[in-house]
Write a protein that binds this ligand. Structure first.
Ligand code: ZN
Length: 209
């Protein structure tokens, strides 16, 4: 774990659920003076709360985050996402100094009458160029989300999630048939989608825009 933290500049935690958080990891980042950015629902009654960076959850505001002890200023938009209505789910869009923009969506999902997040999801690409989008594979309207971000590359996450019970791990073949989702619309589209498994890496070459 310490070796992983050593390689990272910042930790973004999307939301409070246990398959997405680990206090020991967050503490290791903080001990090494590396920022931990999270939504306010995390560890509210814990002393670690004061050490967490709570950026504004606002679409279309680029905020600055100092990393590497202030040597680098990272630009980031924290989209005000949700996992259903009850859980705040931060969706950061990070712009690296190397010119790559990447967004990991945590467990972003809207359902039923609660479709509020499409007010920003549908408009991301109108303002920003997104290189890499990492959405949860089981989310509703995955194709609509991808069209909103219009990324160069999609890497669905939460595939074969080992932190889930067996019936809820979402196998690679299961996104459409098992969950009755619209993922096939994405897979059949012209978007570049790559499904990855543990330990794999992918060399992304930035698209000049
Ligand atoms: Zn999850």
């Amino acid at each position: 774990m310490k070796r992983f933290v050593k390689q990272c500049d910042v930790l973004f935690i999307s939301h409070k659920h246990r398959d997405h958080i680990d206090k020991g990891v967050a503490q290791e980042f903080i001990a090494n003076e590396k920022p931990v950015v999270a939504a306010t629902q995390l560890w509210e009654d814990d002393p670690i709360f004061e050490k967490i960076t709570h950026l504004k959850r606002e679409a279309d505001i680029k905020q600055t985050l100092q990393i590497q002890n202030g040597k680098i200023k990272l630009e980031v938009v924290i989209y005000p996402g949700h996992q259903m209505s009850g859980t705040l789910n931060n969706v950061p869009l990070v712009f690296t100094p190397e010119g790559i923009s990447v967004s990991q969506m945590g467990d972003q999902i809207n359902e039923g009458d609660f479709m509020v997040d499409y007010s920003w999801i549908d408009n991301v690409a109108k303002k920003y160029h997104v290189d890499i989008l990492l959405p949860p594979c089981w989310t509703n309207e995955l194709y609509r989300i991808v069209k909103g971000f219009n990324p160069e590359l999609v890497i669905p996450g939460h595939e074969n999630e080992l932190g889930h019970p067996v019936d809820d791990r979402v196998p690679f073949w299961g996104d459409t048939k098992f969950l009755e989702l619209t993922n096939d619309d994405l897979y059949r589209s012209d978007y570049h989608v790559i499904q990855m498994t543990w330990g794999e890496s992918f060399h992304y070459i930035p698209v000049k825009k």
